[in-house]
Every structure is written in structure tokens, then in C-alpha cells.
Design a protein around this ligand. Structure first.
Ligand code: NAG
Length: 220
């Protein structure tokens, strides 16, 4: 079997239109806030792709919005790397919805940055691979109310194991102080190094989010 992986928003949305099985694993989840999220940054350190590499497994941090949308940049593992932007066996594929797709490998660092743009009313999103911006996108989505990480399987990948991985240097900036934001944190098969505010409730940081290994057994 061929193996690969990708970083992309486009891939998942396309996938959603034809997927029949879907499952969610571990998560670090925040929200809703009494305010709204102006800006969020995190860096995903890519783990090894699942073995065997079945369609489709995605790792992503995202934000749910008041418009009912999801803002997300993804690392996706597909069964056929050659069909996806030149990724080779054992690679991830990175992508944003409507953005560029780039291959990435275990150990690579993918920084996802989402920022509300006051002049357009959209969220400007960038994905950087090892510090180099590889994809940018702006979407109109209302205001973000929560932020969280996800391990999502679709179809064939919903029987495999996703190894442990982590997110580093996560910062979330609210529009206004919300001291209760801390209480909205839910950890599912995950731990974090501490979630705290640096300015009384507007800027929130967490150094390391550790996502535990997860084995799916979703058959319908
Ligand atoms: C807001 O979006 C516009 C149009 O894309 C862009 O030119 C501008 O630089 C953005 N503002 C900021 C602060 O990034």
C-alpha cells in the first residue's frame, strides 16, 4: 500500500462530500467564550502517519464561528500520496480550504495562524511549514467562539491507530476580557502544560498540548 499525508482544508471539505463514516478522537477544546476570538496561533508537530495509511485521517486545530462555519488548516493522511500533490510514502499532506496543498513529514512543524481582519470582516489564515508560509486564505465566517484540536477519521481510516502528537506555543487572543474562558477547557485523551492568561483574561496561552494515541473502532 502506498502511504502519504497532506496539509489541506480543501481535502477535508471534498472528503466530507463523499465520506460515509466519520469519527473523532482526542481533543483539547475551548469555548464558547463570552467574547470572541480575534486571533489564534498554534504549531502542530507532525507525528508518523498511521500505518497502514488508510483514507482519511486528519489532524487539525480549528475554530467554530457564529456563522456556523469552521476555520481550520489540516494535516491529512491519504492512502495514495501520488494522487495528492507529490507527497511520498509516509508523508502528511497540509492544506487550507481553497489554499495550497503541500507534503510534510513526521517531525515537521506546521504553524496555523488565524486572525480576524477588521477591514474585511474575514479571518486571514496562514499555514507555515517549518517557519515558511505555504498557504494563505481568507474566509468570511462571523466571529469565532471556540478553538480546539481534532483527530478526525473518515471511512477506511476509522479502524486505525493515530500515534501521540503535540501542539506547541498556542496563543488565543480574545476581543475582550473573558475570565471564564479558562473554565470552558475540555480535555479528551489529552493533557496540557497549563492554560493561563497573561493579561487578566484577553490573551491565553498554553505551551504544550499533548494528544494521546488513539485507536478508532468506528464501523458505522
Ligand atoms: C486585511 O485584509 C486586506 C485585504 O486582504 C489586506 O490588504 C490587509 O493587509 C489586511 N489587514 C491586516 C491587518 O492584515
Amino acid at each position: 500500500m502506498r502511504v502519504s499525508a497532506t496539509l489541506s482544508l480543501l481535502a477535508l471539505l471534498e472528503a466530507v462530500s463523499c465520506q460515509s463514516i466519520i469519527g473523532f478522537g482526542p481533543a483539547f477544546s475551548l469555548g464558547p467564550t463570552n467574547s470572541w476570538i480575534r486571533e489564534a496561533t498554534t504549531t502542530l508537530v507532525l507525528p508518523k502517519v498511521p500505518s497502514p495509511q488508510l483514507d482519511r485521517l486528519a489532524l487539525w486545530p480549528g475554530m467554530g464561528t457564529s456563522g456556523g462555519d469552521l476555520i481550520q488548516a489540516l494535516a491529512v493522511s491519504f492512502s495514495d500520496p501520488n494522487a495528492n500533490c507529490g507527497a511520498t510514502a509516509g508523508q502528511w499532506y497540509g492544506t487550507q480550504l481553497g489554499g495550497t496543498q503541500v507534503p510534510a513529514s513526521a517531525g515537521d512543524e506546521v504553524t496555523m495562524h488565524y486572525k480576524y481582519n477588521d477591514s474585511t470582516g474575514k479571518y486571514d489564515q496562514t499555514a507555515a511549514l517549518n517557519g515558511k508560509v505555504v498557504s494563505t486564505l481568507s474566509t468570511s465566517s462571523g466571529n469565532a467562539q471556540g478553538w480546539g484540536t481534532a483527530v478526525e477519521c473518515q471511512d477506511d481510516a476509522c479502524v486505525g491507530t493515530v500515534v501521540a502528537h503535540k501542539y506547541t506555543d498556542t496563543t488565543i487572543i480574545l476581543n475582550a476580557i473573558d475570565t471564564t474562558f479558562k473554565d470552558t477547557l475540555v480535555l479528551t485523551e489529552a493533557t496540557s502544560s497549563g492554560f493561563s492568561t497573561t493579561d487578566g483574561g484577553k490573551t491565553w496561552t498554553v505551551d504544550t498540548i499533548n494528544i494521546q494515541a488513539h485507536t478508532y473502532d468506528v464501523t458505522s
